[in-house]
Each structure stands twice: as structure tokens, then as C-alpha cells.
Design a protein around this ligand. Structure first.
Ligand SMILES: [Zn+2]
Length: 351
């Protein structure tokens, strides 16, 4: 555990569900864990005991990426953990590949509906079908405009044009729309949809007041800070204030809420974790401002300030997105000035 994690508590200790099995963490709430082929090597998915249209069964929350390994792991879960009941619906917190990847397969396999926010449904549908607006040449030009001009990196980013579609080859053709504040009857309990911005277009967390459980998705994670990035699709986006306001809203939930995050282990200490995340971003803002006082800086110039470790290309693109998110926040708040220099690079300096 890192130092900050000591302020949190992990009620299940080191227990993890085995591959293809589940672990009950609250009445009717089961934890499924699947592998991911990234540095972040796993995702948590959830099974909720349900009854829908007069049928008993299960609701799945989040899906894993499209791969034979994930499909096989799901088949194991279906064979051993569903008590011979069907899956009745698939809820997806947001459009990122590890969450929505297998939604097409799961909803076909069980002939059931995908429930998701309209914004994330549309974004996923576009990203899955397109190789133009997501990644590839557009991403490479965007990164270069923020100072990532190393030819090798630019070429590699350009070549990654169907990155999303490779993990999300299809999105279900129909969906049921989730809106902030919606109350879903899932089995014996009511779950409230809580919108979160800044990480994905319209992320939905699910809170069950009766069980004292929050399915936080990626909005609050115990060990790592949630990725908040600007991408080429919306170059002047300002996601960090949106993210910070969204987690501030989650602070209204009871302090002893059991948080079920998409990565890491279920934990208590929601209020502490939100305070830690705010402090983390305040520190990043302070570091960036200090660096800009030494002279105009591009996002690429600042990677070493924000990230002390060596980054591979995948991590570099995430880190660039995060650096631009912090810079855009300071720029759009009037604390930094942005100039587009003769070399085609944006640089930021104090106002
Ligand atoms: Zn995500």
C-alpha cells in the first residue's frame, strides 16, 4: 500500500475473486475481476441480483475489453455463478474500452438491453466506427501542437488509428438511456445514477443508499488518480474543473459508504479519498504554475515536472492529455496565457 492508502480501509483485506468466479461483497452484489493487457492489468465488474419484467436474473455492471480471454472468463462466471439464472441487462458506467468492450457480445449472448448514458453511447458508437476523429493522424497533430514533436513518437501515434475499434469492434445498436438522478430498481434495492464529468463524456456511478454501496466506476479509485485528459476531438476542453466538481458532489454520500471502484479493491474512506484527489490536483497546478514562471512551457516540456518516472509511448499519450488538462484549466481560468509560437507549438506563461 502507498502512504495515502493507509488513510483508507479495505474491508475484504487482500481477498480477490478468482478468475471466472465471484465474491459477494454485499447482499446480492458480487465482484468479478477480469484481466487487461495494459500496465493497469485488471478491471472490476459487478453482478447484481435482479428481477426485471417479472423474470429473476442478474444485472451486469461493466464488461471488460473484447478478447477471447475475457469471453472465456465470462463463460466461466455464467457456468458457475449465476445460479442457473439469466443475465437481464448490462449497465455500462462509461464508454472506455475496458468498460464497454464486450457489451455487444453480452447483450447478444443474453438477448438483453444495454443501459448507458446517451452521451457515452453516442461517443462509443462513433469511436468504434471511426478511425478519423479518434487517435491516428489527428491525435499526432494535436500532440505535436503541444510540443510532442519527436518523429518516432509522432509516427507511432499516427499508426494507432484503430486503437479504440480494436478493443470495441461493435457497440450494441440499441440502448436504454441513463440520466443523472435516475432511480433504478435492481432486485430488492434502489440504485441512484450519479453523473460524473471529466473522465468520460457522461459517466454514471451507481449508489445504493440501503446497502451503503457506491459503484464508483473510474470516478474514484483508491490507488491511482483517475485519468482526466484533453484529447484531439475537443482540443480546448476543460475537464479538470468538471471532474473536481463531480467528485465534490460524491462527498455528500455517507462517509462510511463502501466504494466499489473499477480498478483496485473495494474500500471505505470516500471522503478522505476525495480530499486526497483534490490535494493531488492542487499540487499539480502549483508545480505547473511554478514551472511557467521560469519561462514559457509547452505541455511536452512539463511531462518531467508532472511525472517523475520514465514513460512508455502509451503512458506518454495519457500523460500529455493530463498535462494539457491542467494547462487548459489554468489558461481558461485566466491564470496562464497561451501563445501559438512560430514553430507551431502552444506555450503557456503567467498572465
Ligand atoms: Zn475509464
Amino acid at each position: 500500500m502507498n502512504a495515502l492508502e493507509h488513510e483508507l480501509s479495505y474491508p475484504l483485506g487482500d481477498a480477490l475473486p478468482e478468475a471466472g468466479r465471484t465474491l459477494e461483497i454485499a447482499p446480492g452484489v458480487r465482484w468479478v475481476r477480469m484481466g487487461l493487457p495494459f500496465a493497469l492489468d485488471h478491471i472490476n465488474l459487478w453482478l447484481l441480483r435482479d428481477e426485471l419484467d417479472g423474470r429473476a436474473g442478474w444485472t451486469i455492471v461493466d464488461c471488460g475489453i473484447t478478447s477471447d480471454a475475457t469471453r472465456a472468463a465470462w463463460e466461466e462466471v455464467f457456468a458457475h455463478e449465476l445460479q442457473d439464472l439469466p443475465v437481464l441487462r448490462v449497465i455500462v458506467t462509461h464508454m472506455h474500452p475496458d468498460h464497454i468492450g464486450l457489451a455487444h457480445w453480452l447483450t447478444e449472448r443474453w438477448q438483453c438491453r444495454l443501459w448507458i448514458s446517451a452521451t457515452d453511447f453516442n461517443a462509443a458508437t462513433l469511436a468504434s466506427a471511426s478511425t478519423t476523429g479518434f487517435g491516428g493522424g489527428s491525435a499526432a497533430r494535436f500532440m505535436a501542437s503541444h510540443g510532442l514533436t519527436d518523429p518516432e513518437a509522432v509516427e507511432k501515434i499516427k499508426a494507432r488509428s484503430n486503437y479504440y475499434a480494436s478493443m470495441v469492434p461493435k457497440v450494441p445498436p440499441r440502448f436504454r438511456r441513463l440520466l443523472d438522478g435516475d432511480r433504478l430498481r435492481i432486485g430488492e434495492h434502489e440504485w441512484v445514477c450519479l453523473v460524473g464529468y471529466g473522465h468520460a463524456p457522461e459517466h454514471m456511478s451507481l449508489h445504493c443508499p440501503a446497502l451503503g454501496v457506491l459503484i464508483s466506476g473510474d470516478m474514484v479509485l483508491p490507488r491511482i488518480s483517475t485519468n482526466v485528459s484533453v484529447i484531439d476531438l475537443e482540443p480546448e476542453a476543460n475537464p479538470l474543473p468538471l471532474y473536481l466538481a463531480s467528485i465534490e458532489r460524491l462527498r455528500q454520500l455517507p462517509a462510511d459508504t463502501l466504494v466499489l471502484p473499477s480498478h483496485g479493491r473495494p474500500f471505505r474512506g470516500l471522503h478522505q479519498r476525495i480530499a486526497q484527489l483534490k490535494a493531488h490536483h492542487d499540487e499539480r497546478f502549483a508545480e505547473l504554475l511554478a514551472a511557467c514562471h521560469r519561462g514559457p512551457q509547452s505541455a511536452a516540456d512539463l511531462l518531467g515536472v508532472l511525472f517523475k518516472r520514465k514513460l512508455d509511448l502509451h503512458q506518454t499519450t495519457f500523460a500529455m492529455g493530463e498535462a494539457i488538462a491542467h494547462l487548459n484549466a489554468l489558461w481558461l481560468a485566466g491564470r496562464l496565457r497561451r501563445t501559438f509560437d512560430e514553430d507551431g507549438v502552444y506555450r503557456f506563461s503567467p498572465v
